[in-house]
Ligand binder design. Structure first.
Ligand code: GDP
Ligand code: MG
Length: 296
């Protein structure tokens, strides 16, 4: 496979194969309690997905991390069937010892690698279920200052195991200027601490439209998001958003927040890259470390 293609550009043949195999994509959300993780999942499911409520399965999967909840549903995006799973993790404030907030989350990610590895080692490898986490949205509190030690610790622990996508939570409480400065400081902090976040590759053979689209998405990272699962009235229209005395912040308005761009990146333009990087780099590293440890 030389050169990646966006999900929407998949050649028909691959397209058909994916449809047949059923595309599996798993997103995790993490971050402090109360930052709007669950709300954002709902927001994502409302747009990304148009299933009847009955299609959504809620499961508590592993006994040792009972607070980790997965929600799955089948969606169709550009004619492709997709099984989308979102893993909602408990907020950090819920732990007795905050220093270890990353531990159950890392365990969950690695348990999913193990499950995949175990399937690969089977004699019959025809029906491999891919429940690996392809992206982790990390919620940053909208302080407007910089990252907290806890944020850095979490991301440092997770960066080698999952595609990290930082988001500024509840960005409706910050002004545009505050967001701009905050984004810059976050990126600097990440850089100084050598924390790698998801960086989609670009290709020489990308058409200008794709290049432009990618640029616009990348320029938004870390995405400033607003979640809302209810509709409010704005200029006589019903929109998803949050109402303030001075006006309405609309979730689906690209001038108000980065929700649309985030969704676009996850579900439309960069799903392939997120999956490939997970498989070819993150999982592969985990696998070889595990084999080396077993041999040594
Ligand atoms: P979680 O603990 O991270 O899952 O947070 P929740 O989704 O339960 O949200 C916590 C509170 O924040 C709720 O009262 C939400 O209505 C509110 N909330 C969620 N998203 C936003 C947002 O984007 N902006 C604002 N201002 N409040 C939000
Ligand atoms: Mg929650």
């Amino acid at each position: 496979l030389n050169g990646y293609v966006g999900f929407h550009n998949l050649p028909n043949q691959v397209h058909r194969k994916s449809v047949k195999k059923g595309f599996q994509f798993t997103i995790m959300v993490a971050g402090e309690s109360g930052l709007g993780k669950s709300t954002l999942i709902n927001t994502l499911f409302n747009t990304a997905l148009y299933p009847s409520k009955e299609n959504v399965e809620l499961t508590n999967e592993t006994p040792k991390t009972i607070d980790i909840q997965t929600i799955s549903t089948d969606i169709e995006e550009n004619g492709v069937q997709l099984k989308l799973t979102v893993i909602d993790t408990p907020g950090f404030g819920d732990f007795v010892n905050n220093e270890d907030c990353w531990r159950p989350i890392l365990s969950n990610i690695e348990a999913r690698f193990d499950a995949y590895l175990e399937q690969e080692n089977r004699v019959n490898r025809k029906r491999i279920v891919d429940s690996r986490v392809h992206a982790c949205l990390y919620f940053i509190a909208p302080t407007g200052h910089s990252l907290k030690p806890l944020d850095l610790e979490f991301m440092r622990r997770l960066t080698h195991r999952v595609n990290l996508i930082p988001v500024i939570a509840k960005s409706d409480i910050l002004t545009e200027d505050e967001i701009r400065g905050f984004k810059q400081r976050i990126l600097e902090d990440l850089h100084l601490n050598k924390i790698q976040i998801f960086q989609p590759p670009s290709y020489g053979n990308d058409d200008p439209e794709t290049v432009q689209e990618n640029k616009e998405i990348m320029a938004r990272i870390p995405f400033a998001v607003v979640g809302s699962d209810r509709e409010v009235e704005s200029n006589g229209k019903k929109v998803r958003g949050r109402k303030y005395p001075w006006g309405v912040i609309e979730v689906d308005n690209e001038e108000h927040c980065d929700f649309v761009k985030l969704r676009q990146m996850l579900i439309r333009t960069h799903m392939e890259e997120l999956k490939d990087y997970t498989n070819e780099v993150l999982y592969e590293n985990y696998r070889s470390q595990k084999l080396a440890a077993a041999a040594g």
